[in-house]
Design a binder for this molecule. Structure first.
Ligand SMILES: [Zn+2]
Length: 336
């Protein structure tokens, strides 16, 4: 390496160490864009461009490295995989699939099957995505039942016939009984299709299995009781949950609201205090408690606090979401 290249490389690595990718790229570009005889480093620079959000440049570098006549076989696979990642990050699934297909001919790594499943999911080919997640489960020995169930739920949402929709939702619940979103859709579909007896038993298992993750979930369940059974039975069901020392704060919120409506503010406060002593505080409970007190200092302290957090990546949310927008995990957002 000549002195000119040396200088830029050193500076580039210095910036990399400081995680300043943009400036590192400036330095590397000075050397590598002119003479790319070191394909390994040239390809790594493409990956840095991707990390920096410059997908067009990442693709350009990786594709030109791939077409180099000097490319060794060992590097070819690496660059093809980088191109899959470039195009995925760029949101161009068709091209990502092209390189994935090529790569899969010689490489049987489970991760390739998983990426293909994810691409199919994003392209709304839910049936194919479910099959691929199943294949991934088998070869990687990882549990992907949640995602398989979610794919079938997505298929069900496209179904126009109630009977067929119920069938798909039941198939989904069989694979993963604990997904809140699938249970909700199942209950809604049963009530819409006048299968209320079955609907109420699904409501009961929704409560029994602690699937409520918002105050509205419980209000919705109460509506079904109102529609079909005695609403007092529902309130008692929740009361029993509270007496049985539930760890789910939404039952407490529901009961607090219940007592507030009955003008029994003391009882509402007590119920919240008892829960906080036992299980720790939740933002939604602190908000409710401060609203009962009508203490403006107290209210202001909590009113803008996010009530949910993704247990996989730590992203905070004001409202509940099924999929984490940051890490794309499924039903991992919990109340905090
Ligand atoms: Zn997340």
């Amino acid at each position: 390496m000549d002195e000119y290249s040396d200088k830029h490389f050193l500076k580039g690595f210095g910036f990399l160490a400081e995680n300043n990718i943009a400036r590192a790229l400036d330095e590397f570009s000075n050397v590598l864009m002119q003479k790319n005889d070191n394909l390994e480093i040239y390809a790594s620079m493409g990956s840095l461009f991707r990390r920096n959000g410059d997908y067009a440049k990442a693709v350009h570098i990786h594709e030109s490295a791939l077409s180099s006549p000097k490319l060794p076989g060992s590097l070819k696979k690496y660059i093809q995989f980088e191109l899959v990642k470039d195009y995925r990050a760029w949101g161009q699934n068709k091209q990502a699939k092209y390189y994935l297909d090529d790569l899969s001919k010689h490489d049987k790594s489970p991760v390739l099957v998983k990426i293909l499943a994810e691409i199919n999911f994003e392209q709304e080919n839910y049936e194919e995505a479910e099959k691929l997640f199943h294949k991934y489960e088998k070869i990687s020995h990882k549990d992907y039942s949640d995602w398989r169930a979610y794919c079938i739920y997505k298929q069900a949402l496209k179904e126009t016939q109630d009977k067929q929709k119920v069938k798909l939702l039941e198939k989904s619940l069989k694979i993963s009984p604990g997904l809140r979103i699938v249970n909700l859709e199942y209950i809604r579909t049963l009530f819409a299709g006048a299968q209320k007896e079955k609907g109420i038993s699904a409501v009961n298992s929704f409560i029994e299995n602690d699937l409520a993750l918002t105050e509205d979930d419980l209000n919705e369940m109460r509506e079904y009781y109102y529609d079909y059974k005695d609403v007092k039975d529902f309130d008692q069901l929740i009361m029993r949950k509270v007496s049985a020392k539930t760890e789910n704060p939404f039952y407490i919120l529901f009961m607090a609201e219940y007592f507030i409506k009955k003008d029994d503010l003391t009882r509402a406060k007590e119920i919240i205090k008892d829960f906080i002593n036992e299980h720790g505080s939740f933002k939604s409970l602190l908000k409710k408690y401060s609203q009962i007190h009508l203490d403006s200092v107290f209210v202001d302290a909590f009113i803008n606090e996010p009530e949910y957090k993704c247990s996989s990546c730590g992203t905070l949310y004001n409202d509940y979401h099924t999929i984490c927008a940051n890490c794309k995990s499924l039903e991992k957002i919990k109340p905090v």
